[in-house]
Design a binder for this molecule. Structure first.
Ligand code: PLP
Length: 349
């Protein structure tokens, strides 16, 4: 039997997302936080393994609502914000428009669901090419527009004026704008939460993954109640498991620690950026996230040499020519990365 011929064409042409575990000593490839919340795991003691989790994640919902000063009805939780991207495209369909390069899941999920993708290249500063974006919105009338700001993998925030221009235009064209703020905690500006009251078609995506809880898979979206209610129809009933709900709720109570970890990462990022600027052979791009995209000669070779020394970064050469991406780690990890790349580059010359 030819299994391939049974697969839907849009899935047949898809490649599985590469998320293999690559053994290494210093792991700086996935934009995780170097700081976890191991002591929050004790909250899992009380959960009942024989019972289904709370389908509404009430305790966690209450904490997040308070933290972001929104109503519980304006929240929808996902098994990571990845799942919410899935739910949004399932609920509203395509065309799905987004700038490139950006987070790969917008395209992968659109294709998995058989929806049309419209990709608009960023300008030379990695900012939105506003003329092309507005033109494409008028032409393709996308149902959903995904904007990751700060953007993964470039690291920069897009100009707020440009995002606002898009929001104003699409109000008339009936599109929804999803501002994916996975890295907002590390950014200098406040993000688009305050805009929710002015734009009914704005959706904000957030996640706990980049601030120390990636293993729990908890993401959430903040939007108008009507949007939440529609997307909630396609949500699987028990999508956030009991362990994740309990441990995430406990970790969120350690607010001081969480804030200080975020600050530590942001200040290390500045140091790492300065050091990378000083190295002959690497050029970092400005970043507001917990990672740095940098240009280097022979990125494929530097990537492999770094890995040989036990340092894992992300090779983005095929997506952003000449570039690697390094996640900000602990001061010690960053030192090891810097020493390793200095040696790798020396060999190069
Ligand atoms: C990491 C990332 C996510 C996914 O986060 P999860 O909550 O772990 O699924 C979403 N958007 C962007 C831009 C990311 O980089």
């Amino acid at each position: 039997m030819d299994i391939k011929s049974l697969v839907k064409p849009n899935v047949r042409s898809l490649n599985a997302y590469e998320a293999k575990e690559i053994p290494c000593k210093v792991k700086l490839d996935a934009n995780e936080s170097p700081y976890g919340f191991r002591n929050a795991i004790k909250a899992a003691d009380k959960i009942l393994t024989n019972r289904y989790p709370d389908p509404e994640a009430k305790a966690l919902r209450g904490l997040i609502a308070k933290k972001f000063k929104v109503k519980p009805e304006n929240l929808l939780f996902g098994n990571g914000s990845d799942e919410l991207i899935y739910y949004l495209i399932t609920t509203f369909g395509g065309p799905v428009l987004y700038p490139t390069p950006t987070f790969s899941m917008y395209g992968i999920i659109s294709q998995a669901l058989g929806e049309r993708k419209v990709e608009i290249p960023l300008d030379r500063e990695f900012d939105l090419d506003i003329e092309k974006m507005l033109g494409a919105i008028k032409k393709f009338k996308p149902r959903l527009i995904f904007i990751s700001s700060p953007n993964n993998p470039t690291g920069n925030c897009f100009s707020s004026e440009k995002i606002l221009k898009i929001l104003s235009l699409v109000t008339r064209h009936s599109s929804l704008v999803v501002v994916d703020e996975a890295y907002q905690p590390f950014a200098s500006e406040e993000g688009f939460l305050p805009m929710l009251k002015d734009y009914k078609n704005l959706i904000i995506l957030r996640t706990l993954s980049k601030i120390g809880l990636a293993g729990l898979r908890v993401g959430f979206m903040i939007a108008d109640e009507e949007i939440i209610n529609e997307a909630n129809k396609v949500r699987l009933p028990f999508n956030i498991n009991s362990l994740s709900q309990a441990v995430a709720a406990e970790a969120l109570k350690h607010r001081k620690a969480m804030d200080s970890y975020i600050k530590a990462v942001a200040s290390e990022r500045e140091r790492l950026f300065d050091e990378l600027s000083k190295i002959n052979g690497t050029t970092p791009y400005p970043t507001e996230a917990n990672f740095i995209l940098f240009k280097t000669e022979n990125p494929d070779r530097i990537y492999s040499r770094l890995l040989k020394k036990g340092v894992l970064v992300r090779n983005l050469n095929s997506l952003v020519k000449g570039c690697l991406r390094v996640t900000v780690g602990t001061p010690e990890e960053n030192r090891e990365f810097l020493n390793a790349i200095r040696k790798c580059l020396k060999k190069e010359n």
